[in-house]
Design a protein around this ligand. Structure first.
Ligand code: SF4
Ligand code: SF4
Ligand code: FES
Length: 237
């Protein structure tokens, strides 16, 4: 059986790579490799995962320099000469080893007003937005985000400007701006119109190229740019 040589980040930002040898298996994922190391070779290795099937978004790491969901990345697809390099997500503080602190990522969702603001109460009837309407298509376009942070870790503007709200929070804001049931459109446009908001995006596209759910935060941000410009012209911001 061949072995993989795996470089794994240990410690915090000032840490270093540590090498492990892991047996290769058929259909092995990068998350299987990390789990093997933690269970068989070094139980002090810190990492995060939950669902193992691409639904929770908690297993994202940097694999050979690219942010990915490790549970959905097969070793055969990414290993070069039986080598792998596994590091924590970029653009986020490291708690330990492969586990990053996601607080600032989700704080930015809150700053972008990424929470649905209902206009109806429990006593009202359901809002009906039929599946074949333009309104429904607009709200659906970017709704499948699972908050994994892959786009955020891949965005150079986040690296240069730590205040930038980033692709995931802006994508969420656009989903809500496009939702006819939401009652805070103007407040949300104000929240994303500032220096650290949608206009800071340079349309570099890495977020869209890397998003594992094939969303396009770039398109969502372009929508916010248009909507904030139109609202500013009408004197609403
Ligand atoms: S937009 Fe895609 S890459 Fe970004 S957090 Fe959502 S699912 Fe992850
Ligand atoms: S398109 Fe904008 S948000 Fe996406 S990676 Fe590029 S600069 Fe960042
Ligand atoms: S463990 Fe849930 S997405 Fe990978």
């Amino acid at each position: 059986m061949t072995a993989l040589r795996v470089e794994v980040w240990r410690g915090r930002e000032d840490g270093r790579f540590q090498q492990f040898e892991v047996p290769r298996e058929a259909n092995q994922t990068v998350l299987d490799v990390v789990t093997y190391i933690q269970r068989r070779l070094d139980p002090t290795l810190a990492y995060r995962f939950a669902c193992r099937v691409g639904m929770c978004g908690s297993c994202a790491m940097t694999v050979n320099g690219i942010a990915r969901w490790t549970c959905r990345t097969h070793v055969a697809k990414v290993a070069r000469d039986d080598r792998l390099e596994i590091a924590p997500l970029a653009n986020l503080p490291v708690i330990k080893d492969l586990a990053t602190d996601m607080r600032e990522f989700f704080d930015k969702w809150a700053k972008a007003r990424g929470r649905f603001a209902p206009t109806r109460t429990r006593a009202d009837d359901f809002a009906r937005v039929p599946p074949d309407t333009r309104e429904r298509a607009a709200a659906n376009a970017a709704i499948e985000c699972i908050g994994c942070g892959v786009c955020y870790a891949s965005c150079d503007i986040v690296s240069w400007n730590p205040d930038y709200l980033g692709p995931a929070a802006l994508n969420r804001a656009w989903t809500l701006v496009s939702d006819v049931r939401d009652g805070e459109r103007t407040e949300r446009l104000r929240a994303v119109a500032g220096d650290a908001g949608c206009h800071a995006c340079h349309t570099l596209m890495s977020c869209t190229e890397r998003c594992p759910t094939h969303l396009s935060p770039t398109a969502s941000i372009a929508g916010l740019k248009r909507a904030t410009a139109a609202a500013a012209l009408k004197g609403e911001l």
